[in-house]
Ligand binder design. Structure first.
Ligand code: M6R
Length: 368
C-alpha cells in the first residue's frame, strides 16, 4: 500500500499536510480551540502548577517543542523528560502536576511505565497518541489523539508533525482556560496553525528532490545540526533521522552551546546543518544564529542552512539553502524539519539502505 511511493517513509513525509489538517479537524470553533476530550480534566487544568512532558526519541523532541509553546502561551512551568529517565529517579510529582505522555504507538514500554509511576504518585495524566485504543491512552486520565493515520516506517515523520500540532492545540486551550492569552493572540495562533498544511506543501514541492546533495554527501562520516530555541529540537530530530536511517554519526546541538565545546569538532569540510529563524520576527534570534554560522564557516565548515524565503543574510556562508515560507516563530519547526527528514531518507537511499526498516530498530519498542 505504498501507493506508488518508493517507501512508506516517502509516502508518510508527503502526508504531512493532512497529518496537520486532520489533527486540527473539528477542534477549532469560532477562533477558539475546543478539545472536548479534555472535559474530564478541564477543572484540573486551572489547579495544576506544573506540567511534565514525557516521551522517547522523536516524541521527546515534539515534547520539547510543546514546552516552548505551552510556557509561552499558558505561563506555566513545563519540564520535558525522557520517559526512561523519569521512571527510575523517584521524580517529584503530585496532584498539582499534569503529566503529558507522547507516543505515536501508544505502546512504548518506557513511556507506559513512566505514566504508571506518575499516576502512582498522584499526578493526573494526559496522553497524546496516534493509535486509537492503545495501552498508554487507556492508562491515562485523558487523551488527545493525533490523526496522522497509520505510520508504518520505523522513522517517525508525520506522527511528529501531528504531535506538535496537538501540543500546540493543547497549549492554546490551556491559555484560554487559565486566561493567560487574549482572544486576539489565540486567534492569530490558530490562523498560523491552519496555514501550516499549505506551507508544508510548498516545502515538499521545493525540496522533494535532493538526491544530488544526498549522493554527494553519502560518504560523510559525521554530520552536525545546530539550532536555537525551537530550532534546537529540530536539530536534534534531524540528527536522529540521519543516525537511524543512514547510520551516520550525527549530533544536534543548541547553537549557543557551540563555543562551550562542540566548536572543537569543526574542521575543514565538516558538514553542518543550521536551522535559521526568520529575521522578520520581533526579537528574532536570527543575528545570533548567523554569527554562529560565521564562526563555523571561518573554521572551514560546509554550511547547509534551512532559512526563511526572504533571508539573504545566510547566502554568503551557505553551500546549500533549503527555503521555508514565513511562519510565526513557534511554527517554524513544522516546516524546518521537513528538509531534514527528506535529506536523511535520500542519504539512506543513496547508500542503498532499507529506508523503512533500519537495522536494529523496531517500530514500537515494547520492552523496557
Ligand atoms: O511510538 P512512540 O512514539 O512512543 O515511539 C517513540 C520512539 O521510539 C520513536 O519516536 C523513535 O525514536 C523513532 N524511530 C524515531 O524516528
Amino acid at each position: 500500500e505504498k501507493g506508488g511511493w518508493s517507501s512508506f517513509m516517502a509516502k508518510e513525509i508527503s502526508e504531512q499536510p493532512e497529518a496537520v489538517s486532520n489533527t486540527l479537524l473539528g477542534r477549532i470553533h469560532n477562533d477558539h480551540v475546543v478539545l472536548g476530550e479534555l472535559e474530564g480534566i478541564d477543572e484540573l487544568l486551572t489547579a495544576i502548577d506544573r506540567i511534565v512532558i514525557l516521551g522517547c526519541g522523536t516524541a521527546a523532541y515534539s515534547a520539547m517543542l510543546g514546552k516552548y509553546a505551552i510556557e509561552k502561551w499558558a505561563r506555566i512551568p513545563v519540564e520535558v523528560e525522557l520517559s526512561h529517565e523519569f521512571r527510575y529517579r523517584d521524580p517529584v510529582v503530585d496532584e498539582r502536576t499534569l503529566v503529558i505522555s507522547i507516543s505515536q504507538s501508544g505502546e512504548t514500554m518506557d513511556t507506559l511505565v513512566a505514566v504508571q509511576e506518575a499516576k502512582a504518585k498522584g499526578a493526573r495524566t494526559l496522553s497524546i497518541c496516534n493509535t486509537q485504543g492503545a495501552t498508554i491512552p487507556r492508562e491515562s486520565d485523558a487523551v488527545i489523539y493525533t490523526h496522522a493515520g497509520p505510520e508504518v516506517a520505523v522513522a517517525s515523520t508525520k506522527a511528529f508533525i501531528a504531535q506538535i500540532t496537538a501540543l500546540y492545540l493543547f497549549g492554546l486551550h490551556l491559555a484560554r482556560v487559565r486566561a493567560t492569552l487574549d482572544d486576539e493572540t489565540i486567534a492569530t495562533s490558530i490562523v498560523e496553525l491552519q496555514a501550516i498544511p499549505d506551507k508544508i506543501r510548498w516545502v515538499l514541492e521545493q525540496h522533494g528532490d535532493i538526491t544530488e546533495l544526498a549522493n554527494w554527501m553519502s560518504d560523510s562520516r559525521a554530520v552536525l545540526f545546530l539550532g536555537r530555541h525551537v530550532g534546537f529540537p529540530v536539530a536534534l530530530e534531524g540528527a536522529l533521522k540521519l543516525k537511524e536511517l543512514a547510520y551516520i554519526h550525527a549530533e544536534g546541538f543548541a547553537a549557543g552551546e557551540l563555543k562551550h565545546g562542540p566548536i572543537a569538532l569543526i574542521e575543514p569540510g565538516q558538514p553542518v546543518f543550521v536551522v535559521v529563524p526568520s529575521p522578520r520576527h520581533p526579537n528574532s534570534l536570527h543575528a545570533k544564529v548567523v554569527s554562529n554560522i560565521q564562526e563555523i564557516k571561518a573554521r572551514g565548515a560546509k554550511v547547509l542552512v534551512i532559512a526563511e524565503e526572504g533571508d539573504v543574510a545566510v547566502l554568503p556562508y551557505a553551500s546549500e539553502v533549503f527555503r521555508i515560507p514565513l511562519a510565526g516563530p513557534l511554527f517554524e519547526p513544522l516546516l524546518a524539519v521537513i528538509p531534514l527528514q527528506i535529506f536523511a531518507m535520500e542519504l539512506a537511499t543513496a547508500k542503498g539502505l532499507d529506508v523503512d526498516q533500519p537495522r536494529n530498530l523496531a517500530k514500537s519498542v515494547t520492552v523496557e
